[in-house]
Write a new protein. Structure first.
Ligand code: NAD
Length: 503
């Protein structure tokens, strides 16, 4: 099937692509061993292309290139204005390539193209935002009477390692690459093995923008080999990681020997709470979008919805209607709302959770997958009705289009249930009672809470979670601070007292 957009762009839907390489020191190169791995298409389950499989020796080369670029290349001595010109140029080139980036992302991940277009646009904004921030953010000054002026300067760390997941690859990579480069670091990116395509597009763009060789490097490969070598490398100063909680704990342990700074954006099981005085139509729109956008593979998805008993039946009736009507189809079709899951293993995991839900006593309500797309990894939008918060389907991250629907009677009970989970990434509260909205928002254990809103995000705000959902924050000045060290410089402007030992 060829979609309208794809024809307009003169790109064939779901075509095979050339094999792709690693990007080290400004060159696209094969892995040292020459080995590759296959990159499957989630819509057809055929192979799109083969990807160079980087391992420890490739990581060594990439880190050495990034280290040299930091220590002796023009990057370190480049004037701020010049560096920001390059960062803004990356943003412009991303915008110019929006169609191609969206196409590659949808091909690789199965995300609907209407959504990957927005993600690519957002990625460009990340670079513009951090160019502006780097130009305006400054250190502090601490005058000490008439004796001292103390001031801070923000220094880049050096080589930073960025390890990213497959669920929104290009956008999440730029969340890290933009602040890391804008603050003057050099980068080695290890993209998720399930979604390698757009990382190479980013490398092409960064090269075209004119960044010096070695400033940005991409090493594809598996977590246990390529990722592990990056985490353990003594010349890498920090690791910014987004992915599963279990992987995050391994990375923290493995980075301890070389005392790395780490940032951890991990899993979630976020509650959306609807009280009986809420604007139900808007709450419904938000609940449906929040769990079924990004094919349900979204860290902040409202995978648990808590409905007050007075509105539960009405809300569920509307949810069922929506689930039946969500447009499932080819990710390249601009009208598709739900595409196939990223790969067979993940598809099997999500399907198995639906069976677990059934066994735990849930009523399962699902949309229908059209016959013509059955080759893809499609899981229909799924409601697990009559769920209780202690069930596995309400406790464990499923990371697919599956929402556990739980009834509650009062505020205290729902706060307790919302918090009775190991994760604490996001939460959504729907009520028109002003005091209750703030009370509940304050009481729910999460890094981010939205009141009467879906998860609209301003680039200035901190993004991240508490409990098993992460350590640290990305976004705004929080990322700026992660990628820099504040250095304090003490300047004596008078003759302060100096003890005269041994005089
Ligand atoms: P994952 O943890 O399996 O993999 C993420 C990355 O880590 C991949 O690049 C992988 O190759 C690498 N990796 C795996 N083992 C490694 C190791 N031992 N050493 C170094 N690197 C290693 O996660 P995933 O399945 O790609 O992504 C889905 C998860 O990401 C979900 O849990 C989701 O909630 C989470 N996520 C969180 C956020 C957030 O901001 N909190 C955003 C998006 C996704």
């Amino acid at each position: 099937m060829q979609s309208q957009t794809v024809e307009t762009n003169n790109l064939k839907s779901h075509k095979e692509l050339e094999d792709i390489k690693l990007f080290i020191n400004g060159e696209f190169v094969d892995a040292e061993t020459g080995s590759t791995f296959a990159n499957p298409n989630p819509f057809t389950n055929t192979v799109i292309n083969n990807i160079a499989e980087g391992r420890k020796e490739d990581m060594e080369k990439a880190v050495a290139a990034a280290d040299a670029a930091f220590e002796t290349g023009p990057w370190g001595s480049m004037k701020l204005k010049e560096r920001m010109k390059l960062i803004n140029r990356i943003a412009d080139l991303i915008d110019e390539s929006n169609d191609e980036i969206a196409y590659l992302e949808s091909l690789d991940t199965g995300l609907p193209i209407s959504q990957t277009r927005n993600m690519a646009a957002r990625a460009a904004e990340n670079f513009r935002f951090y160019a502006k921030l780097a130009e305006t953010k400054h250190g502090e000054m601490f005058p000490m009477d008439d004796e001292f002026i103390n001031y801070t300067v923000y220094k880049p760390l050096g080589v930073v390692g960025l390890i990213t997941p497959w669920n929104a690859p290009f956008m999440l990579e730029t969340w890290k690459v933009a602040p890391a480069l804008a603050t003057g670091n050099t980068v080695v990116l290890k993209p998720a093995e399930l979604s390698p395509l757009t990382a190479n597009k980013l490398a092409e763009i960064i090269d075209k923008a004119g960044l010096p060789k070695g400033v940005f490097n991409v090493v594809h490969g598996f977590g246990e080999t390529a990722g592990d070598a990056l985490v353990k490398h003594p010349d890498v100063k920090a690791i910014s990681f987004t992915g599963e909680t279990t992987t995050g704990t391994i990375i923290i342990k493995n980075s301890a020997d070389t005392l790395k700074k780490t940032s951890m954006e991990l899993g979630g099981k976020s509650p959306l709470i609807v009280f009986d005085d809420a604007d139900l139509d808007r709450a419904l729109d938000a609940a449906v979008w929040g769990i079924f956008s990004f094919n349900g593979e979204r860290c902040t998805s409202n995978s648990r919805v808590f409905l007050h008993k007075n509105i539960k039946d009405e809300f569920i009736a509307k949810l069922k209607e929506r689930v039946k009507n969500i447009k499932i189809g080819d990710p390249m079709d601009p009208s598709t709302q739900l595409g196939p899951l990223v790969e067979k293993g993940h598809y099997n995991k999500v399907k198995s959770y639906i069976e677990i839900g059934r066994e735990e006593g849930c009523e399962v309500v699902q949309g229908t997958i059209p016959e013509e797309v059955k080759a893809g990894n499609f899981v229909p939008p799924t409601l697990l009705l009559n769920a209780t918060n202690d069930m596995r389907v309400a406790q464990e991250e499923i990371f697919g289009p599956v929402m556990a629907v739980i009834e509650f009677e009062d505020e205290e009970e729902v706060i307790k249930a919302a918090n009775d989970v190991k994760y604490g990434l996001a939460g959504f509260v729907w009520t028109n009672n002003l005091k209750r909205a703030h009370r509940v928002a304050n009481a729910v254990e999460a890094g981010m809470i939205w009141i009467n809103a879906q998860n609209v995000r301003d680039l200035r705000i901190p993004f991240g979670g508490v409990k098993d959902s992460g350590i640290g924050r990305e976004g705004g000045h929080y990322a700026f601070e992660f990628y820099t060290e504040p250095k304090i410089i003490h300047v004596a402007i008078g003759d302060h007292h100096i003890p005269q030992f041994g005089k």
